[in-house]
Design a protein around this ligand. Sequence first.
Ligand SMILES: [Zn+2]
Ligand SMILES: [Zn+2]
Length: 199
Amino acid sequence: MYDALTARYTFTCPRHEQAQVALSSFRLLERLPGATRPAVYEVRFDCTCGDEHPGLVSHDDLDWAPLGAHAGQFLDLMTSRSGDSVSEFRETAAAHVKAGEWPWSFYCYPEGRSRPVFPSSFVAVSPGERWIGLAVRCPACESLSVNLVTQAHVDLPFANDVRIGVVDHVFAEDAVRTADLFSAELHSSRFDERRLHLN
Ligand SMILES: [Zn+2]
Ligand SMILES: [Zn+2]
């Protein structure tokens, strides 16, 4: 489902059978009611075939797979020995967290502060030429904030942008219900530059 080495999710594509897409190609994410063990998220993603498709992702795949939770054996080309990428990823992740870095973070507009977050709190992603609009439901206050960030900030754990754009109002639920609505809302919004810092 998720390949930690390429940072891509695999979904079914009606045209090409399979599509490998990064988190930043997700457009909408919604937790399905009912399923709890594991929780399942319905996503819509921009496919490499040019269409938008629906897909399902488990909570585990969304939040933990990018940290290497399911990565398997890999062949180390330098030593020609196979290695265990799970422990490599885990060690790397643990070192980051010890240094006070969080895999993902965002700026909560109503609280006026940066907060650590996981992809399961992402609600919508809107592509742009230089910036990606990322709507996040704050795990602490549950309000919806929109940050303008780089693609790496979304796709790669521990690649937090130092400076981001923050849309200067709380988003209504309706404003991000479809990719078109979110894009239109973003284009009519003002945003301020903020520093993301967690410690
Ligand atoms: Zn497709
Ligand atoms: Zn908040």
